[in-house]
Design a protein around this ligand. Structure first.
Ligand code: ISL
Ligand code: CA
Length: 556
């Protein structure tokens, strides 16, 4: 039996620094802003803060294009600010994990500048350089942000690979010096005292040998890049574990899109010496995968499919590996707008229902900033209000260049799916710009801050905020929440998500209505008459009668 690790009992809070709190009046959130709100996070009860990238960056992709791994972006502050933040967090018992972006760097990173300078430079092989194919790119791979994944470079007349933007050249993990440089950098951060890493697209670091063409994508002349779960990815992670991760008691979570539960057991297996957990995305792709235009779909997730995916992960990882639990992050729409209902009538109750459903699963839950308030999608109607490179490039490709969709159609898809939905500033109070900043912002604040905001949530004991606080407390108080076996009930019910957790003779029953209908649910069949209610988002209990978005939990 595996001893329980601190990160298995923890709740993580994701801070998107650019949108959390501005303190020096430049319209951009900063490290001092995070320091200012550590008390807030401590009061909520979370254990760990994950910071999106705060390193030096030209910001082509909001910091995921790093030009210096060992410097802080001046937008966010200085290394002294970071050290102050780390110390202040540790003093309050909060841990900090860093975003680690090592599939690619910025094209302004010193390694890439050297690499591009001539074909014999010692950094040349830190990246992928290839000659073209009769005037065309070396293969048909497309970039995640549109267009070919290869960019021709005049200086040395070769192409370099960038699976994201042209300013994010992919690092070549085949090169041992490159790998060692990454490990040295990671050890340097650990020496500073950081508590772990969230590893960006870490399952892309091993590319298929020979870089063969991928199958053509619908509506595109480009092919699917064959870059995930490559043949050496586990060797690299095991090496990283030996060289870095195993040396400290830290936590690691890999961002791994396009993986199955079997892959998950490989990346995060207790006996694998790789990562502690992974972010899988199957549950966040049900509304848009394989439905044309990739993520730009307005289809709704089917609850039956959602339950199936979540059940698969809970079952497959049991006793073998550890799940991470999340409904949203800085790349997704807001959970309440996507899986709940963000109308005035149902926002609060559906946000609480989603929180109940997620936080009582087995795994480590992640709260994305503002989720604890029930923050919603931005609902921006105008392209000029969007900032995200993925959104802007997709509009260019799909509407401006290829006229595949009309402006109105695409704007609806953007409204539903743009990454900027989660990137609008944190809503603190009713001061100008929700108290985030008193000057022009890098991105507009959601106008609904007049009602959805921290100061109002903190004076209302029935707020979504206090409901999250209670769920976090339940996790800390009851080992069943961390350790209990999971059993899905009513798998085929299209409206109700119901499951049991069981541990040492105790059973919890979790019931969630995902619709705005009042439903009849055979709750009593699963109770023994001696049950006690643990938490609910309605004041009274009507047993078999499930009201809109009602969620309730019983213990027996
Ligand atoms: O955001 C996505 C789709 O809308 C994802 O496909 C995303 O590109 C993928 O999950 C990788 O995301 C991570 O790496 C990107 C960065 O833009 C994202 O913000 C980051 O989370 C490149 O570094
Ligand atoms: Ca600032």
């Amino acid at each position: 039996d595996q001893a329980i690790k601190w990160w298995q009992k923890a709740v993580v809070y994701q801070v998107y620094p650019r949108s959390f709190q501005d303190t020096n009046h430049d319209g951009i959130g900063d490290l001092q802003g995070i320091i200012q709100h550590l008390d807030y996070l401590q009061k909520l009860g979370v254990d760990v803060i994950w910071l999106n990238p705060i390193y030096r960056s030209p910001n082509d992709d909001n910091g995921y294009d790093i030009s210096d791994y060992q410097e802080i972006a001046s937008d966010f502050g200085t290394m002294a600010d970071f050290e102050e933040l780390l110390k202040a967090a540790h003093d309050k018992g909060l841990k900090i994990i860093m975003d680690l972006v090592v599939n690619h760097t910025s094209d302004e990173h010193a390694w890439f500048k050297e690499s591009r300078s001539n074909t014999t430079n010692k950094y040349r092989d830190f990246y992928f350089w290839r000659v073209g194919n009769a005037g065309n790119p070396p293969n048909n791979w497309d970039s995640a942000f549109g267009g070919s994944a290869w960019k021709y470079d005049e200086q040395t007349k070769e192409y370099y690979l960038h699976t994201f933007s042209t300013k994010q050249p992919d690092l070549n993990w085949e090169n041992p010096q490159m790998r060692q440089s990454i490990y040295d950098m990671m050890n340097w951060w650990l020496k500073k005292g950081v508590d772990g890493f969230r590893m960006d697209v870490i399952n892309q670091i091993s590319k298929l040998p020979g870089l063969p063409d991928g199958p053509l994508k619908p509506h595109s002349k480009f092919g699917d890049a064959r870059v995930t779960n490559g043949p050496k990815v586990h060797d690299y992670l095991q090496e990283m574990n030996r060289e870095v991760l195993s040396k400290k008691d830290i936590m690691t979570v890999g961002e791994t899109h396009g993986i199955t539960p079997d892959d998950g057991v490989k990346y995060a297996g207790f006996d694998r010496q790789e990562l502690n957990m992974v972010f899988e995305f199957q549950h966040l792709r049900l509304d848009n995968s394989q439905h044309g235009f990739g993520k730009w779909s307005t289809r709704k997730t089917s609850l039956v499919e959602l339950k199936k995916v979540i059940n698969n992960w809970q079952v497959a990882l049991k006793d073998k590996a550890w799940n991470s639990l999340f409904w949203n992050n800085h790349d997704t729409p807001r959970a309440v707008s996507r899986f709940g209902n963000d109308s005035e009538q149902y926002r609060d109750v559906s946000a609480k229902m989603l929180a109940t459903c997620l936080h009582l699963l087995q795994g480590t839950p992640y709260i994305y900033q503002g989720e604890e308030l029930g923050m919603t999608n931005a609902h921006f109607k105008n392209l000029a209000d969007y900032r995200d490179i993925e959104t802007l490039n997709a509009y260019q490709d799909i509407v401006t260049k290829s006229h595949l969709l009309t402006n109105d159609d695409m704007m609806q898809r953007i409204e539903a799916n743009s990454r900027d939905n989660s990137r609008t500033p944190m809503q603190w109070n009713t001061l100008v710009n929700a108290g985030f900043s008193d000057v022009t912002l890098w991105i507009k604040v959601n106008p609904n801050y007049s009602t959805i905001k921290v100061d109002a949530a903190l004076v209302d004991k029935n707020s979504t905020w206090y409901y999250y606080q209670k769920l976090i407390t339940l996790r800390h108080d009851y080992p069943l929440v961390t350790l209990g076996d999971f059993k899905l009930l009513l798998a085929d019910d299209p409206n109700i998500f119901m499951y049991q957790r069981h541990w040492q003779g105790q059973t919890w029953l979790v019931i969630c209505n995902f619709t705005e209908q009042t439903l009849n649910c055979p709750v009593n069949e699963y109770l023994n008459g001696r049950e006690q209610q643990i938490i609910s988002n309605y004041a009274d209990d009507q047993h078999n009668n499930l009201r809109p978005y009602e969620s309730k939990v019983y213990s027996m």
